[in-house]
Design a protein around this ligand. Structure first.
Ligand code: AMP
Ligand code: MG
Length: 344
């Protein structure tokens, strides 16, 4: 199949809507990462998404909506807290989990009786959903297991030949996927996956619990609230390690790496030996979120065998950065001062 890569615009809107309405799939821009979209109510189309990504069938998709009417079509009920959070954060990078109505296909929701819903903040994609007239199920548009795509070019690398259309709307604003929450009771939410809507932001409106799976490795038989958390994720071909410790100890550690196949993502204040290739990361959590996935892809393109990433600060969107990085690194943390944390 020929894959067309086209800039977001009115003619492409019509083309994308035509594909999606007829059971096809297409990659679309959002403010978090690029999504691989299908009509959420079309079981065959949804199956094509799982196939193109190589995604396990029990890993549910997020339903992307453009109106509250669409939410009421999906959810059995919407609590006052959910309504408040929708008012506050939609359109935006917050996904909320609701009991689903029977007409929402089980396949879309990984066999669960709940559905994850979000209203994305991208003008093209909101118009596209409206034009399609039904929610779009859209997981990240990468091959399952690889770093998520934050540009149309990343999508092309993974999906060329597998899907008919990639809509290019530039680099994603945040660079990490949405915050996923479920409701514990009428005034408490639990974060299943951290994102750009931070615990600090949610705490303005309710109590916030952070699920154990956010920063810890799950036991193989653990019961998980968010099935996506149990899979190996976001990993380039290169081996990724988290590097803990001071700037001086990181510098000392890197001086021992002289094979020419070593990549490094640092805060920008390190003195890095020439034998080590430096990729963009940054000194703030926002920059790190924007750069993490694209730099891991770049490290692969540069032929790095191993990549060391400095341990990020975990406040704000930094919690999302660390959550993704832990999975990219298979939870391997090296202490640049000497020890190794297995974090099993
Ligand atoms: P992705 O679409 O690749 O961003 O992944 C979607 C994430 O949302 C995965 O981690 C899923 O486990 C999670 N998710 C989607 N639907 C549900 C649901 N009904 N219940 C819990 N988690 C969900
Ligand atoms: Mg994904």
């Amino acid at each position: 199949m020929e894959t067309k890569l086209a800039k977001a615009g009115d003619d492409i809107l019509e083309e994308a809507a035509g594909i999606l309405k007829h059971g096809g799939i297409a990659a679309i821009p959002t403010e978090t990462v690029y999504g691989l979209a299908a009509n959420a109510y079309d079981v065959e189309a949804v199956r094509s998404v799982f196939r193109a990504k190589g995604r396990p069938q029990d890993n549910p998709l997020i339903l992307h909506i453009c109106s509250m009417e669409m939410l009421y079509d999906i959810a059995v009920s919407v609590s006052p807290l959910a309504l408040k959070l929708a008012e506050e954060f939609w359109p935006g990078p917050l996904t909320m989990i609701f009991s689903r109505k029977p007409h929402v296909p089980a396949e879309t929701c990984g066999g669960l009786d709940t559905a994850a819903v979000r209203m994305p903040n991208n003008r093209f994609t909101l118009k596209l959903i409206e034009r399609c007239g039904s929610p779009l199920a859209a997981p990240s548009a990468n091959t399952s297991g690889l770093p998520s795509p934050t540009s149309a070019q990343h999508v092309y690398e993974d999906m060329n030949g597998k899907i008919p259309l990639i809509v290019d709307d530039g680099e994603c604003r945040y660079g990490v996927e949405s915050t996923v929450i479920c409701f514990v009771n009428e005034d408490t939410v639990r974060i299943l996956r951290p994102g750009a809507v931070t615990p600090e932001m949610l705490r303005e409106f309710c109590h916030v619990e952070i699920d154990g799976g956010v920063l810890e490795k799950l036991a193989p038989d653990a019961k998980v609230l968010s099935p996506g958390m149990k899979y190996k994720h976001y990993s380039p071909k290169a081996e990724v390690y988290i590097l803990k410790g001071s700037t001086e100890s990181a510098e000392r550690f890197l001086r021992g790496k002289n094979t020419g196949k070593t990549g490094f993502l640092g805060f920008g204040n390190e003195n890095v030996p020439e034998s080590v290739t430096v990729f963009p990361y940054g000194g703030t959590s926002e920059e790190q979120a924007e750069n993490l996935f694209s730099s891991l892809r770049e490290a692969d393109a540069a032929g790095c065998r191993e990549v060391y990433v400095r341990k990020p600060d975990t406040s704000g969107i930094g919690l999302a950065v660390y959550n993704r990085l832990l999975r990219s690194a298979g939870f391997r943390i090296l202490d640049a001062d000497g020890g190794t944390d297995a974090l099993q």
